[in-house]
Write a protein that binds this ligand. Structure first.
Ligand code: FMN
Length: 382
């Protein structure tokens, strides 16, 4: 199997499974505890059906939308995810370039392996920086100031990761950053010589945005959850979030909001957007799926704040359903990470092209000329 055989999320996932050593594949693929939320994030889209309208001259369909102050060519962007260097030796360079080429926004994580400054030089496309608040308070100011100087367009603060989720697959495979060769994992690395060779021959793994303040997680073998539990600040509260909103002073999203109550507080502290998200099912297992919470949150705050649906998106029809319920756009993680592992920048471009084509085809079949025409009349719950 190779890239040209990939037509869907499942195909890219299969190819990534072939190409990546198993601890790395399972780090992307896994969720918390029994992975119930992970599965529910996608299956929740099946609770409703689309109702098309016909004979509406759909010879020109406009997929573009504006989110966090940025125009994107289609209503799906790359949610921030950690450590792209693990999945492909070009790391975030590959993902950022693919997003730019395909006309959508790139989200870069605090835990990226390419620096804010390098990404800013590399791409003129819309860029969203994802902030984690560390116990080292100077780090927050430092990251915000560097993003301003580098010309990032928007920022989000992840609020669902005050402690690490229980990712049992990582414990079973012994996943660490950087990857550690153990007796157990040796076979898996040996069976993936392409990845292993590229890993050895290219730049060293590092958490490029925070290496100057903490070497933890960069130079020593560490589990991601240990890193989170040691470094992230569980005392973070609404005042800290408000501080970040004010300090940034531009379009700002809270990522990981799941309740109407918190969505209202996000408005009070001056956020311009919320990302309804449970971290792709990697944190609190048993929490509701973002899609299941979407309508209620949109009804309560949709006229005052942009609502972004993050989690479980695998198909163009998922994006259509979210937009019909009132989301401004969707974002995804695993959907582009598998394609990064499967084929670097070309892989990410391929999956984005497939998603863009699906959204366009689905909107045409729905009789919608623009994303504005996707509204509640277009979906019915079973
Ligand atoms: C491998 C991996 C790493 C992630 N790293 C981060 C991160 O550093 N910061 C963050 O806010 N979210 C992170 N996430 C969560 C994503 O931003 C996003 O919320 C999630 O992937 C959406 O669900 P989906 O994978 O079903 O699309 C990560 C997700 C994955 C799969």
């Amino acid at each position: 199997m190779n890239l040209k055989d990939c037509y869907s999320f499942d195909d890219f996932r299969q190819l990534a499974k072939q190409k990546l050593p198993s601890p790395i594949f399972h780090y992307i693929d896994g969720g918390a505890d029994d992975e119930i939320t992970l599965k529910r994030n996608t299956s929740s889209f099946d609770n409703c059906d689309l109702i098309p309208n016909v004979l509406n001259d759909v010879s020109n369909v406009d997929l573009s939308t504006t989110v966090l102050g940025q125009k994107i060519d289609f209503p799906l962007f790359l949610s921030a995810t950690a450590m792209h260097r693990l999945y492909h030796h070009h790391g975030e360079r590959a993902t950022a370039k693919a997003a730019e080429k395909m006309g959508t926004m790139f989200g870069i994580s605090t835990m990226a392996t390419v620096s804010i400054e390098e990404i800013a030089k590399l791409t003129k496309g819309p860029k969203l920086f994802q902030l984690y608040i560390h116990k080292d308070t100077g780090l927050t100011d430092n990251l915000i100031e560097r993003c301003k100087k580098a010309g990032f367009n928007s920022m989000c603060l992840t609020v669902d990761t005050v402690v690490g989720g229980n990712r049992e697959r990582d414990r079973r495979t012994g996943f660490t950053t950087p990857p550690k060769l153990t007796l157990g994992s040796l076979l898996s690395f040996a069976l993936h010589p392409g990845w292993t060779l590229n890993n050895l021959l290219h730049e060293k793994f590092q958490l490029a945005n925070i290496i100057h303040t903490t070497k933890k997680g960069s130079g020593i073998d560490k589990s991601v959850v240990d890193y989170i539990n040691e470094q992230f600040d569980p005392s973070m509260d609404w005042k800290d979030a408000e501080y970040c909103v004010k300090k940034w002073g531009g379009p700002f999203a809270l990522k990981g909001v799941m309740s109407v109550e918190d969505a209202k507080k996000a408005i009070d502290i001056g956020c311009s957007a919320i990302m309804i998200s449970n971290h792709g099912g990697r944190q609190l297992d048993g929490s509701r799926a973002p899609f299941d919470q979407l309508a209620e949150i949109v009804d309560a705050v949709g006229d005052k704040i942009e609502v972004i649906l993050d989690g479980g998106v695998r198909r163009g029809t998922h994006v259509l359903k979210a937009l019909a319920l009132g989301a401004k756009a969707c974002s995804f993680g695993k959907g582009y990470l598998f394609s990064l592992g499967a084929g670097g920048q070309k892989g990410v471009e391929a999956v984005l092209q497939i998603m863009k084509d699906e959204i366009k085809r689905d909107m045409t079949l729905m009789g919608c000329k623009s994303v504005k025409e996707l509204n509640r009349s277009k979906v019915v719950f079973r």
